[in-house]
Ligand binder design. Structure first.
Ligand SMILES: Cc1cc2nc3c(=O)[nH]c(=O)nc-3n(C[C@H](O)[C@H](O)[C@H](O)COP(=O)(O)OP(=O)(O)OC[C@H]3O[C@@H](n4cnc5c(N)ncnc54)[C@H](O)[C@@H]3O)c2cc1C
Length: 306
């Protein structure tokens, strides 16, 4: 119930104006977002890299409706990659990109062209790009663009969402040599026709997808904070004899940092997904939708407002 309220709020521009301008939002945003500018992204990346963690940086923004906005997002990524390279933070840090932020819904050829430029800059900086997964109406277009990008940049990562009924098939298609695939549960409000609705069904689908990826030839990136799924993934890594450079765990910045440290200390590659930028509203609403405790944090911040 709460999940659907927050996911509906994620798409409401009225709520966005209200919450983005509320001073109390700042505290909770700081917990999940590295900051607003590229300096914040670099500082956070340095801290995480010093702790032995890998990083995927996300310049916040989605559902871009103008070509100008899409161009500005492309420019942000090019600047970021240049700065990461100069700071010696690649290959520890890669970037995550939402095609909708590059104008996928306006003109998917433009989004492809910009993504290609970002992949080229990432390659020059000695790192990679992963294409985030968004709502199901974009999945076909995103996977098509991924296939095109991989012709020149085979290390470009895919994201598959276990809650989508189609995803087991996509896992089979993508579990090939050199193919980097992030498996997550999925963060959008999706209809029953395309997505499993109960937490149990989503978890079961996640394990089926995990089995396909871990037994395949690609490079699985296990993105979850769920202790049961992490334990199963650790078991599969042992079973399929995958070393630290043959799969990785991924978690979001600000979520279960002690578990990130535990997995890294156990010898696994752990990558932290670090969002930055001032377009944090949709991202924050999806985090609140996931976990009642995060909502309580927000509630406490509102209650203690002077
Ligand atoms: C690196 C990364 C990249 C992602 N990229 C995408 C993407 O491209 N597209 C997309 O749709 N979604 C993406 N997601 C989000 C994902 O789909 C889920 O919405 C999100 O990860 C929550 O699911 P979960 O697997 O952590 O499990 P949940 O069902 O949210 O949580 C399961 C359990 O994990 C534990 N847990 C969760 N959060 C906390 C916390 N804050 N503190 C302590 N314990 C906690 C609790 O025990 C909880 O019961 C990404 C997630 C990660 C980690």
């Amino acid at each position: 119930m709460l999940r659907s309220v927050f996911l509906a709020a994620a798409g409401s521009s009225r709520m966005e104006r209200l919450i983005s301008s509320a001073p109390v939002s700042k505290g909770i945003v700081r917990r999940f977002v590295a900051g607003t500018g590229v300096d914040d992204a670099l500082r956070t990346s340095r801290e995480l890299a010093d702790d032995g963690l890998a990083i995927s940086l996300d310049y916040l923004g989605e559902d871009t409706l103008t070509a100008e906005q899409a161009t500005a997002t492309r420019d942000q990524y090019l600047t970021l990659l240049g700065r990461l390279r100069s700071a010696g933070l690649t290959p520890a840090a890669e970037v995550s990109v939402k095609l909708s932020a590059l104008g996928q819904k306006v003109d998917d050829r433009m989004a492809f062209g910009y993504a290609q430029e970002i992949c080229t800059a990432a390659a020059a900086a000695g790192t990679t790009v992963t294409l985030d997964a968004e709502d199901h109406t974009t999945t076909d277009s995103t996977l098509e663009i991924l296939a095109e990008l991989r012709k020149d940049h085979p290390g470009t990562g895919a994201v598959l969402q276990a809650y989508l009924r189609r995803t087991e098939g996509d896992c089979r298609e993508l579990a090939t040599t050199g193919s980097r695939v992030r498996l997550c549960k999925g963060a959008y409000a999706e209809p029953e026709s395309v997505a499993y609705q109960s937490a149990l069904d989503v978890d079961k689908a996640y394990v089926r997808c995990l089995n396909i990826l871990m037994s395949g030839d690609g490079y699985p990136m296990i993105a979850t904070h769920d202790p049961r799924l992490i334990a199963i993934a650790e078991d599969r890594a042992r079973w399929f004899d995958r070393s630290a450079d043959e799969c990785e765990f991924q978690m979001l910045y600000g979520v279960r940092p002690e578990e990130q440290a535990r997995l890294a200390a156990a010898g696994h590659t752990v990558r932290v997904y670090v969002p930055y930028g001032d377009q944090w509203y949709g991202y924050l609403m999806r985090r609140l939708a996931e976990r009642p405790a995060n909502v309580a944090l927000f509630g406490r911040a509102l209650a203690s407002r002077k």
